[in-house]
Write a protein that binds this ligand. Structure first.
Ligand SMILES: Cc1cc2nc3c(=O)[nH]c(=O)nc-3n(C[C@H](O)[C@H](O)[C@H](O)COP(=O)(O)OP(=O)(O)OC[C@H]3O[C@@H](n4cnc5c(N)ncnc54)[C@H](O)[C@@H]3O)c2cc1C
Length: 312
């Protein structure tokens, strides 16, 4: 349902020319799966202060409001999203501090909209390690923290000291590492909050060694992962002691399609958009994979990808 002109004018006023607003914006443009209906308002503030005022406004008028990173771990349903999506892509602050006499690690302050690729390349340039695990992992820092994104080389939890977020009512909250509740591909950071920045600590490391680890990770990914299709990485979390991809493959589901959504032939835990898939096609494949694995192995697959929005 379109937002009233009163809400539109108020949101545009809060941005005051710094930031961007789009109304009835198709989310297929903002997700790497390239599916998803429209959101009533896509709002990209250019400062943390504006995130706070947009949240305050939404809370005061009862407009739903949640965060959107780079959309690389999202399945948005075909009916779209009601209310406001707060896109973090314009929060791009990134600064490197200096080591203290008792800790050689370098403090880094990074805003939520910085891409994982940008953070990694700036760290490599300064001979800082600890985030080699980001090689080939897309997304924003905010999304990475929420998901505790990572690979066999590590995850966000290993380098994060503090996370700053904005509550529903617009207050800035500082959360030390111990209160973030990082777990495998997840965190206890409340889904109602918008992560706006974080403090990391990165250890100095020989640049050639960092680059060798990143290159090996990227090579391994190139060899195993599908290319040239809409995707969101792994759809399911690996169950303890096993791999979701192995279980789905053992059910004979590789290559199975619903519309233009496919259980990738290259990797059964990747569901991909080979053309003009709808979110409902992915929902069919998710249910098929879950039901088949449950019946054959007695294992309940848990989604890694987040589903938001309404069915058509
Ligand atoms: C090709 C490909 C490869 C991938 N490989 C990996 C991999 O190796 N390892 C891995 O862990 N992941 C992988 N992923 C998944 C994805 O990259 C990560 O989960 C990433 O961290 C998601 O970040 P995002 O900014 O895109 O988040 P989004 O997809 O935008 O959002 C994901 C969730 O986080 C929330 N969120 C996002 N930003 C914020 C914020 N600032 N504040 C509060 N909530 C927020 C959203 O509401 C949503 O619930 C891959 C994805 C793709 C497409």
């Amino acid at each position: 349902m379109p937002l009233s002109s009163v809400h539109r004018e108020a949101l545009l006023g809060l941005l005051a020319g710094a930031g961007e607003a789009r109304f009835d914006e198709p989310l297929s443009r903002h997700t790497t799966l390239r599916v998803g209906g429209p959101v009533d308002a896509w709002i990209a503030p250019a400062s943390i202060a504006t995130v706070m005022s947009v949240r305050r406004y939404c809370a005061s008028v009862g407009l739903p409001c949640r965060a959107l990173g780079s959309g690389s771990n999202l399945l948005v349903l075909d009916g779209g999203v009601r209310g406001v999506l707060l896109a973090t892509e314009k929060l791009r602050g990134l600064s490197f501090g200096t080591a203290t006499p008792d800790d050689p690690r370098i403090p880094v302050t990074v805003e939520a909209g910085v891409s994982t690729g940008k953070l990694l390349s700036e760290a490599v340039r300064r001979c800082l390690g600890g985030i080699e695990f980001l090689g080939g992992v897309p997304g924003s820092i905010g999304g990475g923290l929420i998901m505790n994104a990572g690979t066999y080389l590590g995850e966000f939890k290993d380098v994060t000291v503090e996370v700053m977020s904005v509550s529903e009512s617009g207050e800035l909250i500082h959360r030390p590492h111990a209160a973030c509740g990082f777990v495998y591909r997840g965190s206890a950071l409340p889904p109602t909050e918008v992560v706006v920045s974080a403090r990391l600590l990165l250890p100095p490391r020989d640049r050639a060694a960092i680059e060798a680890d990143v290159a090996a990770l990227r090579k391994r990914r190139r060899e195993r992962e599908p290319h040239g299709v809409g995707c969101a990485g792994s759809f399911f979390k690996n169950p303890t002691g096993d791999y979701a991809g192995r279980l789905i493959e053992a059910c004979g589901l590789k290559g199975t399609r619903s519309g233009d959504a496919e259980i990738a032939a290259a990797h059964a835990n990747w569901l991909v958009n080979v053309g003009s898939a709808k979110a409902s096609d992915f929902v069919v494949l998710i249910e098929l994979a879950r039901q088949s694995v449950r019946e054959r192995f007695g294992v309940s697959l848990e989604l890694e990808v987040k589903i938001i929005g309404e069915p058509e």
